[in-house]
Design a protein around this ligand. Structure first.
Ligand code: ZN
Length: 134
């Protein structure tokens, strides 16, 4: 657990930490605030991420994500809920360019079989090749 510095890029910082600490499987949660946020909505028809930008300060009401392997390196996947000055909530898949005002994070390393991402033709996403639960 710890805090990320003012002005840090959220995705970049978390990626740096998990790669430096060699956390290969894990769970991430956080709260705090952003000065600028870029999140995306994945369009299932075009198979493209459509970015949404929030240029004002927003509260990080909830951040949830995971760590698994992609291209042989620990990879972070995070979704976020942001609240504005009126308490309205927006959210999406966190993209590069999300800058922090303050952020308290918790990363839980998980033991067990690693999950590796690979391109999935049907969805266009990089999904886990193993780990199907039925
Ligand atoms: Zn996502």
């Amino acid at each position: 657990m710890g805090q990320l510095p003012y002005g840090a890029d959220l995705l970049e910082s978390l990626t740096h930490i998990v790669q430096k600490e060699n956390i290969r499987l894990g769970r991430i949660s956080a709260l705090g605030a952003t000065t600028h946020a870029v999140v995306a909505y994945y369009d299932q028809d075009t198979k493209q991420y459509n970015p949404l930008e929030f240029k004002d300060g927003m509260e990080i009401l909830n951040l949830h994500g995971n760590v698994s392997m992609r291209d042989g390196k620990p990879f972070v996947h995070i979704h976020i809920l942001l609240g504005d000055a009126e308490g309205k909530v927006f959210g999406g898949h966190v993209m590069p360019g999300t800058k922090l005002f303050a952020c308290e994070i918790s990363i839980d390393e998980i033991g067990g079989e690693e999950l590796a991402r690979a391109h999935d033709e049907r969805t266009g996403l990089y999904l886990w090749r193993t780990g199907y639960l039925a």
